[in-house]
Design a protein around this ligand. Structure first.
Ligand code: FHN
Length: 582
């Protein structure tokens, strides 16, 4: 079967299976609409740690260290940290300035640390007097002021809440220097502080775009209590994936990459990456290693080109102002966004991958090419775009059409001599139909093996490319035979190949049957438990014959319907045992 035909079959299967799940996901999709469109948000890490700014009694958190962790890093006793927190008095704080800065940068949502791991609330909490209004001379509710300012400026307001970690509360996680972990009453902390404060946030600050939990929680039952609370009070509010146990099936409406993480390719789920502007989230006077505007813009483009959202942090100082270098970077990013926002907002992942000169995003029948570098001959080339190109032009000069070259599946656009943006020049391709890629067959590596990775496959049905919290990726959510993954191979060395599959499986999934279909051959096997959810192991599947040169399709799927996830499939390899006619 030709690989184009194989890819078509997978796509048809995907469409059929997706049609059946479309009805029940329509509602869930709907509440994701703004998240899908907005792409770029501001994270604000602010609390009493900002007053210490990376220094405690002469000890310093070096540049690159997370200054908001200072209490933990130097085991500052609760009573001393509390006394220090009395001094927080951000007299120059102006919520409108924050909202306007986010807007000027092209950011569409703002997430502020309502309570970070130090346990201090930046809002007026009735649950604990350890909060900005009752505990400091400032006596103003920062969360309230930010929520109002954001609404005024059209920025979606969101909160961060550290639901598990709390170094102030004897029942919270993380403080091993004041409290004995053996006597910790986590349930009491959940019942008397964490859940009630989340209730306050969901009740007193108007509609929230999302609530950002952090560092996971022990059990799914505990996570459910937070999720249920959000659903009860604000069903439209999104919940990030860090709400649940990091070692189990990830919960939430979307996933966060690891801090400053970037996936190797696109995923089949909503995702966001939280990233710093220097090396810390909370303000540190020692860290002046700021990212450049070019770096931020190119990251934004890369993230959006893989279907994600960029949550970029600022760490305000204790006086309430945002460090000048952060402001300068964000303003410059904003100037680029002002001109090029069309190529970011509401776009989706690039189906044709990445290029040496830059990245691409798509929307409707348009492909936006973001060139970070100008190729020496002035021609941007992209291979694998299936669509015909009707017109090409710089986003900045739609009237001046550019020459389009087409040769053996490679589309080229000749750049003009003028109008170049040193950070990222956006070229628009108006194409015929929805942008689609020619399937790229997997070719044999120099050792003649095929490496079939879960991010490079085509998925069908409910099979999803997902993030795994250890910074890796796998296929999950597949339960039935129509939920499949597949690759198109181009065999250049026929012969007998040894098949190995690498996956993780919980005890509950053990015993499920799966099938590998390869040309006309079928290999069946049974899932084995691997020890833990994200503990991947390699399993031998025996050998298969790749009889002749040319295209071949490999598909893996559950053999029979079931309730449970099949496995967390990570990759498969085909290694030559013998080769025919080398
Ligand atoms: O420990 C925190 C850290 O301080 C910061 O809040 C980041 C933001 O994503 N989250 C945690 C670590 O993953």
């Amino acid at each position: 079967m030709h690989y184009r035909e194989a890819a078509r079959i997978l796509r048809v299967a995907a469409a059929m299976a997706l049609a059946t799940v479309a009805a029940d996901t329509a509602l869930a999709q709907d509440k994701m609409e703004w998240f899908r469109h907005d792409k770029f948000g501001m994270f604000v890490h602010w609390g009493p740690y900002s007053l210490l700014a990376g220094e405690w009694k002469g000890q310093r958190t070096p540049s690159g260290d997370e200054a908001e962790w200072i209490m933990q890093r130097f085991n500052i006793p609760v009573q001393e940290y509390r006394a220090m927190a009395h001094g927080l008095n951000p007299v120059h704080f102006d919520a409108n300035r924050f909202a306007r800065l986010a807007k000027a940068a092209g950011m569409k949502y703002l997430v502020v640390t309502a309570k970070h791991h130090d346990g201090f609330a930046m809002f007026h909490s009735k649950v604990s007097s350890y909060n900005i209004v009752d505990w400091t001379p400032f006596q103003r509710d920062i969360v309230k002021e930010l929520s109002e300012a954001c609404r005024k400026e059209g920025i979606r307001f969101c909160v961060y809440y550290s639901h598990r970690e709390d170094w102030d509360d004897p029942g919270g996680y993380g403080n091993h220097w004041d409290y004995d972990p053996a006597t910790k009453d986590f349930e009491k902390y959940l019942r008397e502080k964490s859940l009630p404060q989340v209730r306050e946030l969901l009740t007193n600050y108007g509609p929230l775009g999302l609530i950002w939990f952090d560092r996971g929680i022990d059990t799914t039952e505990q996570a459910r209590r937070f999720i249920d609370l959000v659903h009860e009070l604000q069903p439209q509010c999104l919940i990030n994936g860090r709400v649940g146990n990091y070692g189990h099936e990830l919960l939430g409406d979307y996933q966060n990459m690891n801090d400053n993480g970037m996936p190797a390719g696109g995923l089949d789920e909503y995702w966001e990456t939280p990233q710093t502007l220097n090396g810390t989230w909370g303000y540190s006077k020692f860290d002046q290693e700021w990212k450049t505007p070019a770096n931020v813009i190119q990251r934004l483009v890369e993230i959006v080109s893989k279907g994600g959202n960029y949550l970029l942090n600022v760490g305000p100082m204790a006086d309430g102002t945002v460090p000048a270098p952060s402001v300068a970077v964000l303003e410059q990013v904003g100037r680029w966004m002002q001109k090029n926002g069309e190529s970011i907002y509401g776009t989706t992942a690039c189906p044709v991958g990445q290029f040496p000169w830059g990245r691409c995003t798509v929307s409707g029948e348009r492909v936006y090419l973001h060139a970070f570098q100008r190729p020496a001959d002035g021609v941007l080339r992209l291979s694998g775009l299936r669509n015909e190109v009707n017109a090409a032009y710089l986003l900045q000069s739609p009237g001046r059409k550019l020459e389009v070259l087409r040769q053996e599946g490679v589309t080229g656009v000749r750049l003009p001599a003028q109008g170049w943006d040193a950070i990222a020049t956006v070229v628009v391709l108006e194409v015929k139909g929805k942008p689609e890629a020619e399937p790229k067959p997997v070719t044999q590596g120099s050792d003649s093996a095929f490496y079939l990775n879960s991010l490079a496959c085509e998925t069908a049905g409910r099979a999803m490319k997902r993030f795994n919290r250890d910074g890796g990726f796998h296929i999950g959510r597949w339960t039935n035979p129509e939920d499949k993954v597949g690759w198109s191979l181009l065999v250049s060395q026929p012969g007998r190949y040894r098949m190995r599959v690498r996956y993780a499986a919980s005890a509950a999934w053990a015993g499920r049957k799966y099938v590998v279909e390869l040309g006309g051959q079928r290999v069946s096997n049974t899932v084995e438990a691997t020890g833990d959810w994200y503990q991947y192991r390699v399993f031998e599947l025996g050998t298969v014959l790749l009889a002749k040169k040319g295209p071949l399709t490999v598909v893996i799927r559950p053999a029979e319907p079931g309730q449970e996830n099949l496995m967390y499939f990570e990759s498969m390899t085909l290694e030559p045992e013998t080769a025919i006619g080398r």
